[in-house]
Ligand binder design. Structure first.
Ligand code: G4P
Length: 530
């Protein structure tokens, strides 16, 4: 036992969360550059052209030049084996984006210094908090005019409810960006606008005590301001506490500029030191230790139809313990079968690579003949345990589905149920209306198009979607509640999922609050249990 400890302990698996345009892609490119995975930053840039040319995953993806799937990037740096999980944004924001966070051990939150905390970051952050994973903040674009630094920290604390601990502190921003002050080493690292794509250049380090040199680099006014701010910071900000960071209660904050490659390597180095190795995961028999246990994994994402000709699906799994070796036999717990995983792959950006081995912390994608569901466990044939399920995340867009040709009811039900099982959409039924109509909920509106497209192309069923005004869904935690007696606002809608669990749809937060007030003891949740 424990013979793979070295391999497993060098793994760091994290996701980057951000609002579109904050700089996630640029930062990832720079990480890869340090890892030597690419020679020239810019080559991972996943937008339009690059993906267009090589991706055959879905027609929609091609048509729109966006990625519907999320991928994993692996690279080596400083003795670590790093897995970055991509969290799709823009229009391709979907429940998969949330699920990806279930497979990560920590999250890097990229914030645009001139925008502060934005909507998508807020949503993804909630999932990190639910999982209590460590969150590291990189405040990006300091080479552009930034918001007041203290206000930015205040915003993170108030909006996201996490304490902040700046590891470095910016001096000026935009054209006046002079560099950062390293609080631990008490020195200033001067800003060097290294060229895009080259390694971090010749930033100079000046001890705070070397007043003359400091003035010559940053000027007297900035030096004075810095000294004042250091005093303020030492008095006001939370103390560095690694235990609190690892518990997700405190976020270390770094400032930099991904584009000009300033502060990126320093961030990476600190991050790797502070974040955790793959952690034990909760199963029904207790915690499963990544090093002490043999191979186990859980499915966190199912990607359908990557190759239309074969109608195949790929199940993405996070290895939670031990080592995976090609062609070994594993047990699919939910299916009750022992099997060999078919063509395990590592999906790297647009490239797929067949894997011979992988370890706890790694993500693999395997061909799925339609047997896996999200949350399923794989383990060694002799084992018998099941990982905690993946919650259902709240959709924000709802539509009533009307089937155009009622003769094709069977195909329609089959198609929509299968697509829901893959986790791209959620389906519900209205309560007490006696109607057979189905309501579909999605996290990102693109999924409506995907649904329509797939029903037409794979199941030969045409549908019409009628948008509904609801934006919030809540699961009811109380076991013994009767929907009939529940009094909500007039615009609230009562629905149920396929298992018959009651849910409520609301048009705004105010209605949720009113409903809670009117029904004492009612417990509503933003996450559903599978
Ligand atoms: P995303 O993945 O989070 O959506 O953001 P991405 O990295 O694509 O960055 C969004 C835009 O912000 C890009 O510009 C990128 O060059 C720019 N950017 C990223 N980091 C920094 C930074 O530190 N400073 C400055 N000034 N800009 C930054 P774009 O014009 O939209 O794209 P492109 O045409 O440059 O590729």
């Amino acid at each position: 036992m424990g013979k793979y400890a070295d391999e497993i302990n060098k793994r760091r698996t994290f996701a980057i969360i951000s609002h579109p345009d904050a700089g996630k892609t640029t930062l990832t490119e720079k990480f890869l550059l340090y890892g030597g995975a690419i020679n020239l930053a810019g080559s991972v840039k996943g937008k339009a052209t690059a993906r267009h040319a090589v991706s055959d995953w879905m027609e929609i993806e091609k048509e729109r030049g966006i990625s519907v799937t999320s991928s994993v990037l692996q690279f080596q740096y400083g003795g670590f084996c790093i897995n970055i999980l991509d969290t799709p944004g823009h229009q391709d924001f979907s429940e998969d984006t949330y699920r990806t966070l279930m497979a990560a051990d920590s999250a890097v939150m990229v914030i645009d210094a001139s925008k502060g905390v934005e909507a998508q970051t807020r949503k993804l952050f909630k999932v990190c908090v639910m999982r209590r994973i460590p969150i590291f903040t990189f405040i990006n674009k300091m080479d552009r005019d930034a918001n007041d630094t203290f206000e930015l920290l205040d915003e993170i604390e108030k909006e996201l409810g996490i304490a902040t601990c700046p590891i470095n502190w910016p001096i000026g921003s935009g054209k006046e960006f002079k560099g950062v002050y390293d609080r631990e080493n008490q020195c200033v690292i001067t800003y060097a606008d290294t060229e895009k794509g080259t390694k971090e250049g010749h930033a100079t380090q000046i001890p705070l005590t070397d007043t003359d040199k400091l003035i010559s680099y940053i000027g007297e006014a900035f030096r004075e301001q810095l000294t004042d701010e250091i005093d303020l910071l030492d008095g006001a900000s939370a103390e560095y506490d690694l235990d609190r960071i690892r518990a997700g209660e405190l976020t270390p904050v770094f400032f930099g500029s991904a584009l000009t490659n300033f502060g990126v390597e320093i961030f990476l180095q600190h991050f790797l030191k502070m974040t955790t190795t793959p952690l034990p995961r909760k199963a029904d028999i207790g915690l499963i230790d990544p090093v002490e246990n043999d191979f186990s994994a859980f499915v966190f994402k199912i990607q359908a139809n990557m190759n239309k000709a074969h109608r195949d699906r790929i199940a993405f799994m996070r290895i939670c313990s031990g080592k995976y070796e090609a062609s070994m036999e594993v047990k699919h717990l939910q299916g009750g079968k022992v099997m060999r995983l078919s063509q395990p792959q590592q999906i790297m950006a647009d490239e797929r690579k067949i894997l011979e081995e992988a370890y706890a912390g790694d993500i693999i994608g395997v061909f799925d003949p339609g047997i896996f569901s999200i949350g399923d466990t794989l383990c060694m044939p002799k084992e018998q345990f099941q990982y905690e399920g993946i919650p259902t995340f709240a959709p924000e867009h709802f539509a009533r589905v009307r089937q155009l040709d009622t003769m094709k009811r069977k195909q329609f039900v089959k198609g929509i149920t299968q697509i829901a099982q893959e986790g791209a959409i959620q389906i519900f039924q209205e309560c007490n209306t006696g109607m057979e109509e189905i309501i579909v909920g999605v996290v990102g509106v693109l999924q409506f198009d995907v649904l329509k497209y797939r029903l037409e192309n794979e199941y030969n069923v045409e549908i019409r979607l009628e948008n509904l005004p609801y934006e919030h869904i809540r699961w009811i935690e109380n076991k013994d509640i009767s929907l009939d007696t529940l009094t909500g606002t007039s615009d609230m809608k009562k629905i149920k999922d396929l298992k018959g669990n009651p849910l409520l749809l609301f048009v705004n937060q105010w209605s949720i609050k009113m409903t809670e007030d009117r029904n004492p003891g009612l417990i509503l949740s933003e996450f559903g249990r599978n």
